[in-house]
Design a protein around this ligand. Structure first.
Ligand SMILES: C[S@@+](CC[C@H](N)C(=O)[O-])C[C@H]1O[C@@H](n2cnc3c(N)ncnc32)[C@H](O)[C@@H]1O
Length: 213
């Protein structure tokens, strides 16, 4: 689908830095020619796989979502994460748009209005909340190659038993190329919802938790 160059830059957890330039831009979220009609942006099956992996980290203390609630809460990933997170876990949603209607500190729900490139803003909030690590990272913001690689760098703070999930792994350039670049010697990686009218979702889990870095 994309002609991918494998740049040698070292990024923890990746075999290479992907680039689809010069043929295409590393900053574009979506190339329309790959469009197949999708009835629902975050499908019921996507929600099912998100929940499947979320419940596998009952010890989770910190859940970070990049790209927050664009559709109604019951139709979104955000609804699943907030509704089904362990009660003791903190949800932090990052979006360039204001999603503060979701803020509910008593339920440990926080949003940050920022570009997800601004990891320091998010890490500062985590530090203020006494959360050194991310246990569940869901990447669904700007789906360009460059941005998804930057978002992957949140795994600098991924806990040993943590999980990363990516949305839009069927056609969007960032998730497609990032998924392929993830080092299978360090992570188990699996794509779901690859057929049919669905944007696709993937789960990435460290293979040998204490040593994966
Ligand atoms: C596909 S929607 C997220 C959908 C959400 N996960 C859901 O299921 O409802 C993508 C979101 O990412 C946000 N976004 C786009 N670029 C971003 C960036 N650079 N940093 C943070 N958020 C971004 C958009 O404002 C939008 O709300």
């Amino acid at each position: 689908m994309y002609a991918v160059k494998q740049l040698p830059e070292k990024i923890a957890g990746l075999k290479y830095r992907p680039s689809i330039e010069p043929g295409r831009s590393d900053d574009v979220d979506f190339y329309g020619e790959f469009y197949r009609p999708v009835p629902r942006e975050f499908s019921v099956e996507d929600q099912r796989w998100l929940l499947h992996h979320l419940v596998q980290v009952p010890q989770a203390r910190c859940i970070v979502e990049i790209g927050v609630q664009r559709n109604s809460l019951p139709d979104s990933s955000t609804g699943i994460l907030i509704q089904h997170k362990p009660a003791h876990a903190t949800y932090i949603g990052i979006d360039v748009e204001d999603k503060s209607h979701l803020d509910d500190p008593a339920r440990r729900v926080f949003t940050v209005k920022a570009d997800s490139s601004d990891r320091q803003a998010v890490f500062a909030l985590m530090d203020r909340l006494g959360l050194p690590e991310i246990d569940f990272l869901f990447i669904d913001g700007w789906h360009s190659v460059s941005q998804c690689v930057r978002d992957w760098r949140y795994t600098d703070r991924l806990s040993a038993g943590g999980v990363v999930m990516l949305h839009d792994t069927n056609v969007h350039p960032g998730p497609v190329t990032l998924f392929d670049a993830i080092d299978e010697k360090r992570f188990e990686k699996v794509k779901y919802c690859t057929e049919g009218p669905d944007w696709g979702i993937a789960a990435i889990t460290p293979l040998r938790p204490p040593e994966w870095r």
